[in-house]
Design a protein around this ligand. Structure first.
Ligand code: NAP
Length: 267
């Protein structure tokens, strides 16, 4: 797929991977509808794109609010007669054990609201345009953490796996009508999101530029999945030998977190 002239809706484009993806997609000639809450940050990204001759429009929206999602989708549909792709990238991550979440069911509700329900709502709003056009692509951003049995991210991982499941259903129902989906399984990426976890300071991470390249690949080539080989191996192993893999991974993550904590304490 040539990206030149394609109109792409990109949520979570005011920082991190989404911001970088906006620049890379624009460099390839795509026209960007930038969606996030912080208007000033979105304007900063749009200005950087326009300075280089690209096209970008800013759609401030709190994706946690259904009414805000509806209004945002309406504004985009009104302004753009053709939409080629939607990238559901905005998300919130929570690193907290289930033990520490016993009185925090709202963690699960908030996470599923933004990471899953808002992405579904926006997709459902844009889908009629894709059906009318006979083409369209939805990229849903997930995490390598859903390819392994990882502790401390139960609310976040469940929300991402729900989104993966929705992607699969979309493909099953619409692929023959020219509407396709990609799930992107990022490993840890150095962004404001991952930087909120102090012990990750010394962990090796993917660069935001490389991660943005995965989104470009997803929009351009439209594969069903963009993942690291390690992630794919994790999925295969988990499907084939769930008990063995789950048992083997538990001490690995305890040791890793201890190593990262010790390293952080040393400065
Ligand atoms: N970083 C990692 O290690 C990592 C690993 C695996 C997967 N991922 C996934 O990669 C994607 C991008 O993450 P990132 O690391 O780039 O995160 P980030 O830098 O924290 O960016 C998150 C983006 O989502 C937007 N957002 C958050 N809440 C929103 C809301 N209620 N309404 C609208 N927009 C909202 C933020 O913009 P505003 O604050 O302006 O609203 C921001 O643009 C996410 O889906 C994340 O789950 C990240």
């Amino acid at each position: 797929m040539k990206l030149h002239g394609q109109t792409i809706i990109l949520t979570g484009s005011s920082s991190g991977i989404g911001e970088q993806a906006a620049y890379q997609l624009s460099d390839l000639g795509a026209r960007l509808c930038l969606v996030a809450r912080r208007t000033e940050e979105l304007e900063r990204v749009a200005d950087a794109i326009r300075v280089k001759g690209g096209e970008a429009w800013v759609y401030p929206c709190d994706l946690s609010e259904p009414a805000s999602v509806n209004a945002c989708a309406e504004a985009i549909l009104q302004a753009h007669p053709r939409i080629d792709a939607l990238v559901n990238n905005a998300a919130h991550s929570i690193r907290r054990s289930i033990q520490d979440s016993l009185d925090r069911p709202h963690d699960y509700e908030r996470t599923i609201q933004l990471n899953y329900l808002s992405a579904v709502r926006l997709t459902l709003r844009i889908l009629p345009r894709f059906i009318e056009q006979g083409s369209g692509h939805v990229v849903n951003i997930s995490t390598m953490s859903s390819q392994f049995p990882i502790p401390l991210f139960s609310a976040y991982i469940a929300s991402k796996m729900a989104l993966e499941s929705f992607s699969r259903s979309l493909l099953a129902e619409f692929a023959h009508k020219g509407i396709t989906t990609t799930v992107v399984y990022f490993p840890l990426v150095r962004t404001p999101m991952s930087s909120r976890t102090a012990i990750y300071k010394h962990e090796r991470m993917m660069t935001v530029e490389r991660a943005a390249g995965w989104i470009v690949e997803a929009v351009e080539k439209r594969p069903v999945r963009v993942s690291s080989p390690v992630g794919v191996m994790g999925e295969v192993a988990l499907a084939a030998m769930p008990s063995v893999v789950i048992k083997a991974m538990q001490p690995y993550f305890r040791k890793r977190d201890k190593r990262l904590k010790d390293r952080l304490a040393k400065g």
